[in-house]
Design a protein around this ligand. Structure first.
Ligand SMILES: [Zn+2]
Length: 359
């Protein structure tokens, strides 16, 4: 828990999560339990001696590509639809306790199909947890199919076609398309055709860009993939003209502070461009990315931002409002969530901005 006097307010604030890899919520405890249940052997290295040694190993990540092998090894214990369901349900329960009211969660189907788990097994497990969380926790949920950029583009095309032919983008199962995994040397334009197919099918699009890759990758995602959202996007600070374009197009940038620190994309939370984005009018949300690996869930990320930047109540109102406005949900749902902000923060002061700044 953070030391800020704003902590109770941050805890109560209705939150939207837009950048969360559901496989990245696999805790070492659940990982070891599923490994035993499903008889999946783990690497015989000291890191995998126990849940606690594994957790300690996560402190040593030095880059995205250092982390990703742990991420893919971890998810190898997910075999049955019930495993996927349990994983997602545990995330939703935690998210609910953090004040998450709307969650847009990504999953990596190719990371499962390439090891022989049918796409239908993965989707049916996640889908069951989503429907339960909507009903029992009142969370609105969007499932985003994320393509793996380190695999051949043809594999992404095959995956996208399978989802499309199952009508999953039209029957409410899936609500968007994303792009993740190793960024450097896998620029967005490689996926231009599959994104063009998604656009013509009316599917919402996002892509990881500018996490480790240069600002040119962000420009490419916007210009070649026509995304309405950028995941991470911290390198946006390297181009004033692209900042202006992102502001003008109301592209939401999904920041992940604890992830950036853990993967050494920044030295400390203070270097995440929260202040820069607020000052330039960039719409952004705060997210947890792979919370089981990066040391914190959504409220922890909010607290890290508050401890680093000492934002005012009105700045938090702007962040909360932008994250609702940038959500992929209907207008009615947005209105409902906006109303809850006023319940927590009081109605927005008219005229001069409220100047309470509490660190
Ligand atoms: Zn991510």
């Amino acid at each position: 828990m953070c030391r800020s006097p704003l902590h109770p307010l941050l805890a109560a604030l209705p939150k939207c999560e837009h950048h969360l890899h559901i496989e990245g919520t696999l805790s070492p405890t659940l990982l070891f339990a599923l490994s035993a249940k499903n008889s999946i052997s783990l690497p015989s290295t000291p890191d995998y001696a126990s849940p606690s040694t594994l957790l300690t190993a996560y402190d040593g990540f030095t880059s995205l590509d250092w982390f990703l092998p742990y991420y893919y090894t971890g998810m190898s214990v997910l075999i049955h639809a019930s495993d996927f369901e349990q994983l997602a349900w545990e995330y939703f329960a935690k998210a609910h306790s953090d004040g998450v009211v709307h969650a847009e969660i990504s999953f990596d189907p190719q990371a499962h199909t390439t090891r022989g788990i049918p796409y239908s097994t993965v989707v049916s497990g996640f889908n069951a947890a989503c429907r339960r969380a909507e009903k029992e926790l009142g969370i609105s949920i969007v499932l985003i199919l994320c393509l793996l950029r380190h695999l051949p583009v043809t594999d992404s095309e095959r995956m996208f076609s399978e989802a499309l032919s199952n009508d999953h983008f039209t029957d409410g199962t899936l609500g968007g398309l994303g792009l993740d995994s190793t960024e450097i040397d896998h620029p967005p334009e490689l996926f231009k055709e599959v994104y063009a197919s998604a656009k013509s099918a009316g599917i919402r699009r996002t892509a990881h860009a500018g996490e480790e890759g240069p600002v040119e990758y962000i420009a490419s995602a916007i210009h070649n993939l026509d995304v309405s959202r950028i995941d991470h996007g911290i390198r946006l600070v390297d181009s004033d003209s692209l900042v202006a374009e992102v502001v003008e197009k109301k592209i939401l940038v999904t920041l992940c502070p604890l992830s950036n620190v853990r993967l050494k994309c920044v030295r400390e939370t203070r270097e995440v461009p929260v202040r820069h984005f607020l000052d330039h009018g960039v719409m952004f949300s705060i997210n947890s990315d792979d919370p089981a690996y990066f040391g914190g869930y959504l409220l922890d990320n909010y607290c890290a931002v508050q401890e680093a930047f000492g934002l005012s109540v009105e700045e938090w109102r702007r962040i909360a409002k932008a994250s609702i406005e940038g959500s992929w949900c209907g207008e009615e749902r947005k209105k409902e969530m906006l109303g809850r902000i006023d319940e927590v923060l009081g109605t927005e002061p008219t005229g001069t901005q409220q100047t309470v700044t509490v660190v």
